[in-house]
Structures are given as C-alpha cells and as structure tokens.
Write a protein that binds this ligand. Structure first.
Ligand SMILES: O=P(O)(O)OC[C@@H](O)[C@@H](O)c1c[nH]c2ccccc12
Length: 262
C-alpha cells in the first residue's frame, strides 16, 4: 500500500511537471516568504499549559477508513483549528486515496498563521519545491517509503529550502535511519501500515529511543482527550490528530480540549 501510494504520488507529480517545469517551480519556491521555524516552536513547551502541541489535520478520506468528511472549505476548518489553539496544521495533499490537493494546502496557508505541514508521499525534490511554493513550512518524509540514502538526500534538500521535516517512523530500525538523516522532528505513527491496526503502546516503547532535543510527535488513533493524555504522559511533545477532528461538530472546542490533556 505504501509503495502504491508513493508511486501514485510520483506519477501525479510528473504530470504536474509537464505544465510547470522544475526551473519555474524553483523560482516560485524561492520567491515565497521564508518558512516558519516549526521544529523550535514544537519543541518548546506551550506557555500556560501542560498539554502537548496539537497538530490538527485536514483529512477527507483514507485508505483504511474510506470517506471521513467532505471538508468543502479546508480554509475554514483550518481557521477553526487555529482558533482552538492548534500549534500547526497538517494538510493531506495526496489526491487518490486521501482526496487532498495542493489547492487545499494553499487555501489553508492563506487562512492561518501557524506552521503548515504538507502531508503526502514525498519521494522527489519536485514535491518539496511544490510544498515550499504552496507556502508550506513543513513537509513529511516517511522512512518506510524511501531507501535510506534517498531519505538523507531529500531531508537535506528540504532543510536547505528552509522547510522543517517531520520524519515518520514505525520501529527502532527506522528511528536509527531517521537520526542518521539528522531528523529534528520524529513522528511515531502508531498505525501499522500493513494491517492498519492501531498500536498506541508503540509510542512509549519508541520514545525512549528519541534523543533529547529531537521533537517527538505521536501520530494516529486519537479519539478522546484520554488518548492525547496518554501520549503526553508517554513523552509526546506534539500529538497529530486527523479523523477525530474532521468528524467532530465543533473542531475548535475539540482542539482546545486535546491541547489541555495531560
Ligand atoms: O486520523 P488519525 O488516526 O488521527 O491519524 C492522523 C495521521 O496520523 C494519519 O493521517 C497519518 C499518519 N501518517 C501518515 C502518512 C500519510 C498519510 C496519513 C498519515
């Protein structure tokens, strides 16, 4: 599934590249304002709160759950998240299974002032330039989706562009690869990519392996404030939440509640 998603994302990027050659995209990327320093921000405790930073996700659908929410206006959802105190907004831009787009990212960027993450299956420099040109401050790189040497290259390329990188891992071996790439933000995805089953206890197991000074993000499977509090007690600096927020009638209140959970 991960390979298919990555292949599809690369195909879609190659198609966009026919209309916008990399030289022109690069010029656009370098003309956008400098990205926000997301790692330093997420690594600093929130003033006046023991809760974790919340990274709130704009997610219409997923391969494991199918349709989650229509989200006709990603900008207004993101504005609700920000009003609830979200520290960053994650925007799924993958089009085939998550039904997102770069337009969603641009709309969200225009609507909020907090750091914005491009969540996609990134395996090419072109996609990182797209992220930057669309105003993203952060980009996702998934260790399991890339050869280790490629991860190092893409991490460096993104960093040189001024992007912060959320490096996603699932086990100890992947943490070692991420640290080799000098990851400053590590996301532990507690959803098993092969079976889609949830293993929230994996966050605590892997947290011990993440050195001080590297931001630790717990990803996936949050339904309630108790779930957030558990990740927080297990040492999460930030918690990334998608489904529970897009399905909630009051996402602003839910983000605020999650941001206090400790
Ligand atoms: O909807 P959830 O269970 O709160 O999960 C959010 C997020 O962790 C999940 O969307 C995610 C984690 N890693 C990814 C990589 C690609 C696409 C999506 C993801």
């Amino acid at each position: 599934m991960l390979d298919a998603l990555t292949e599809g994302a690369l195909e879609d990027a190659a198609r966009r590249r026919e209309d916008l050659p990399i030289e022109r995209l690069e010029a656009l990327a370098l003309a956008t304002p400098a990205p926000r320093a997301a790692a330093a921000f997420l690594g600093t405790p929130k003033p006046g709160s023991d809760g974790p930073h919340i990274i709130a996700e704009v997610k219409r659908a997923s391969p494991s759950k199918g349709a989650l929410a229509d989200i006709p206006e990603p900008a207004s959802l993101a504005a609700e998240y920000a009003a609830g105190g979200a520290s960053a907004i994650s925007v799924l831009t993958e089009g085939r299974r998550f039904l997102g787009s770069l337009d969603d990212l641009r709309a969200v960027r225009a609507a909020v002032d907090v750091p914005v993450l491009r969540k996609d299956f990134i395996a090419d420099e072109y996609q990182l330039l797209e992220a930057r040109a669309a105003g993203a401050d952060m980009a996702l790189l998934i260790v399991a989706a890339l050869p280790a040497a490629r991860l190092v290259e893409l991490h460096r390329f993104a960093t040189d562009l001024g992007l912060s990188v959320l490096v996603e891992v699932h086990d100890e071996a992947e943490i070692d690869v991420a640290l080799e790439a000098e990851a400053g933000i590590l996301g532990v995805n507690t959803r098993d990519l092969k079976t889609f089953t949830m293993h929230p206890e994996r966050f605590a197991d892997l947290r011990a392996r993440i050195p001080a000074g590297v931001v630790a993000v717990a990803e996936s499977g949050v339904r309630t404030a108790d779930d957030v509090a558990r990740y927080r007690r297990d040492g999460a600096d930030a918690v990334l939440v998608g489904e529970a927020l897009v399905r909630d009638g009051d996402p602003r209140a839910r983000v605020a509640e999650f941001g206090r959970a400790a």
